[in-house]
Design a protein around this ligand. Structure first.
Ligand code: DAT
Ligand code: MG
Length: 133
């Protein structure tokens, strides 16, 4: 079933010049890039996007990181795009992410783990609405 998902290259990925690398991996998989914008995330937007995490102990660090520089927000589509993108991204902690995944190949620390991807149909719809209206 074709799905839409929300993908974001986080500030570390943008600062390291890895936007093209991330896009290329999704494109080569056969997914379709439908929308893209570069923006800065302020605290209010961070709290909205990461609503499920605002009370977690790591949230202050996550907030500081995600507001530290521009991000590239995207809508991707394709067959089972939500789970396919999560597979291509790898586990949340890049140290545990499999080699061959974006986080496994390019990341090290859990906070600056390069990419965000929606974890289900509801979060995809919610996040696409937040970033693309
Ligand atoms: P994911 O980004 O794989 O969906 P998540 O939604 O559980 O992971 O967490 C959102 C982000 O918060 C994650 O990309 C990095 C950060 N994070 C998660 N767990 C963390 C932890 N235990 N310590 C520090 N940062 C964490
Ligand atoms: Mg998540």
């Amino acid at each position: 079933m074709s799905e839409h998902t929300f993908i974001m290259v986080k500030p570390d990925g943008v600062a390291r010049g890895l936007v093209g690398e991330v896009i290329s991996r999704f494109e080569r998989k056969g997914l379709t890039l439908e929308r893209i914008r570069k923006l800065d995330i302020d605290e209010a937007l961070a709290r909205r996007h990461y609503a499920e995490h605002v009370d977690k102990p790591f949230f202050p660090e996550l907030l500081e990181f995600i507001t530290s520089g521009p991000v590239v927000a995207m809508q991707w589509s394709g067959e089972e795009a939500i789970s396919v993108c999560r597979t291509l991204m790898g586990a949340t902690d890049p140290k545990k992410a499999e080699v061959g995944t974006i986080r496994g190949d390019l990341g090290l620390a859990v906070t600056n783990n390069l990419v965000h991807g929606s974890d289900g149909p509801e979060s995809a719809a919610r996040e696409l609405e937040i970033f693309f209206g």
